[in-house]
Write a protein that binds this ligand. Structure first.
Ligand code: NAD
Length: 493
């Protein structure tokens, strides 16, 4: 199981590494070491509150007006012009992936810089572009009917604190490829890195001959400005990425809303699985950016006959495995409110996205080195199984057989329909779970970041719309279909 970082793209990994190292050195005066996370931590976040311009606006009204003018300008451009704009955005985002990762980490305090670089590169390279907007032509005795993907206009996009820059990059490539303009209302806790990101995108677009303010943001975003954006008459479509609250709010707006909500992805391991492979994959996947990615593995459900060996192998592959007493201590620091069995708990927000060593230290447990993950055997009803905690703390719970595992996974996923996976060599069991769990992404025999296209095939998205059904959103999700009919003519056969 390799660590993430090997996606294919226009530049080779070596070239990208060189760019990342150069940028990090420029910012910090020191080199990046992606393996040990030895990136110097503090960087100057370069977006003072009062700085406006380059896509950043004081009010929602101003941002929507500017984005509307930019949409009209883009609408008048050729498709080739649009492709050049998207190519320029990709080039700039690859060049700035490390810098943006550092800014996001410094500001939010969440996750790991080296994993954030992976996320930024992944969305830059593997978010689909204009190439997926294939028109459809139907011909017959009555002539020709053409169906094309058209833009909506101004999209209001709400982004999370967990993947601030990756979501902005991903949404921008997909939405602009479809011919739209955007107003971002970002999470207030990720304001500065998001403004820096929007400015870089603005520069990349104008450098490629695109209109100014095609991608905009509200300078001082709040929940109130998000709600103003949701009800603004100049906004044609909403794209919301976050927890249940913002999804509910967007669905009440009366506008078409593409909603990417929360998850609690289970991973099932049965007795036929390659346990070494499963242990390595689970540690790599569940520790990715300290578990703040919505698709990361959040609970392991293993059959009783292999659970001890699985935990032992997870311990040998980078996890710190808790004993019963230590589990008690960690549970006490993770939850501020301890719920009953099979209930979601309230987590200590200060520990979200923190390194495992920091969580262990808070619990009074001494650890050595930098364990990627904390793992513990727990009962089926333990709140760690039922809560989307977004910390590198992985509950492993046992059930008698594979069918019980699939059923418990279905319940622990809470019907979000988000992400799940399984390690097994039993193709019947794999198919049974894939059908039963009914999630937007199902990963077989690999870490869940493979389901995002990192070490797996296919395009990526960091806006995975399960509540509204678009799944991994791309340019098609941000397009409306338009039909043009020519009666009696233009059939050439
Ligand atoms: P969050 O819900 O706190 O915030 C997300 C965004 O919504 C922010 O910009 C915030 O300001 C805004 N917001 C929150 N409540 C709002 C309301 N009532 N009205 C208007 N705007 C509101 O989420 P977060 O902590 O930033 O991100 C983590 C959550 O997002 C997790 O639950 C995670 O699973 C989910 N998420 C899902 C996806 C996906 O693709 N499905 C991707 C990333 C994160």
């Amino acid at each position: 199981m390799s660590r993430p970082g090997g996606v294919s793209g226009q530049l080779s990994d070596r070239q990208v590494d060189l760019i990342a190292t150069r940028l990090a050195a420029r910012i910090s005066g020191g080199p990046v070491d992606r393996q040990t996370s030895a990136v110097p931590r503090r960087a100057t976040v370069s977006a003072p509150r009062e700085a406006l311009g380059d896509g950043v606006f004081a009010t929602v009204d101003d941002a929507v007006d500017a984005a509307a003018a930019a949409f009209r300008a883009l609408d008048g451009m050729s498709l080739d012009g649009r492709k050049k704009i998207v190519a320029s955005i990709r080039e700039s985002m690859l060049e700035n992936a490390a810098e943006l990762a550092r800014l996001a980490h410094t500001e939010t305090g969440l996750g790991r810089i080296e994993d954030k670089i992976v996320k930024n590169r992944l969305v830059t390279r593997k978010t689909s572009g204009t190439e997926v907007l294939t028109p459809q032509a139907v011909t017959g005795d009555n002539g020709l009917t053409l169906t094309e993907y058209a833009p909506y206009g101004v999209i209001g996009a709400i982004t999370p604190t967990t993947n601030p820059t990756s979501t902005i990059i991903c949404n921008t490539i997909a939405m602009v490829s479809a011919g739209n303009s955007i107003v971002f209302n970002v999470h207030p806790n990720a304001r500065a890195c998001s403004m820096a990101n929007v400015r870089l995108i603005h520069e990349a677009i104008t450098r490629a001959g695109g209109p100014a303010n095609l991608v905009t943001a509200v300078a001082d975003p709040t929940i109130e400005s998000a709600q103003e954006l949701m009800s603004h008459k100049g906004v044609r479509l909403l794209a919301v990425t976050g927890g249940s609250g913002v999804v509910r709010q967007a669905m009440k707006s009366g506008k078409r809303a593409i909603c990417a909500g929360p998850g609690n992805p289970p991973v099932v391991v049965d007795a036929t699985a390659d346990l070494e492979h499963a242990a390595r994959g689970i540690v790599a996947g569940a520790s990715f950016d300290n578990n703040i990615v919505c698709t990361d593995e959040k609970e392991v459900i293993a059959v009783e006959s292999i659970v001890d060996e699985l935990l032992e192998r997870m311990g040998k592959n980078g996890a710190y495995v808790l004993n019963e007493q230590e589990l008690h201590k960690v549970t006490n620091v993770v939850f501020t409110e301890y719920p009953g069995r099979r209930q979601r708990g309230t987590v200590d927000k200060d520990l979200i996205g923190k390194n495992a060593s920091e969580i262990l230290a808070r619990a009074g447990i001494t650890s050595h080195g930098d364990p990627r993950l904390i793992a513990a055997r727990v009962t089926n009803g333990h709140p760690l199984v039922w809560t989307e905690q977004m910390m590198p703390v992985m509950p492993v719970t046992a059930v008698p057989d594979v069918d019980s595992a699939i059923e418990l996974a279905r319940e622990a996923e809470h019907g979000f329909g988000h992400s799940a996976g399984m390690y097994s060599r039993d193709i019947d069991a794999l198919s049974r779970m894939a059908r039963t769990i009914n999630t937007s992404i199902f990963t077989k025999n690999g870490p869940f970041f493979a389901g995002l296209g990192e070490g797996g095939e296919g395009h990526t998205s960091f806006t995975i719309a399960s509540p509204t059904g678009e799944g991994l959103t791309g340019p098609v999700a941000f397009s409306r279909l338009r039909r043009c009919v020519m009666v009696d003519h233009f059939r050439i056969v």
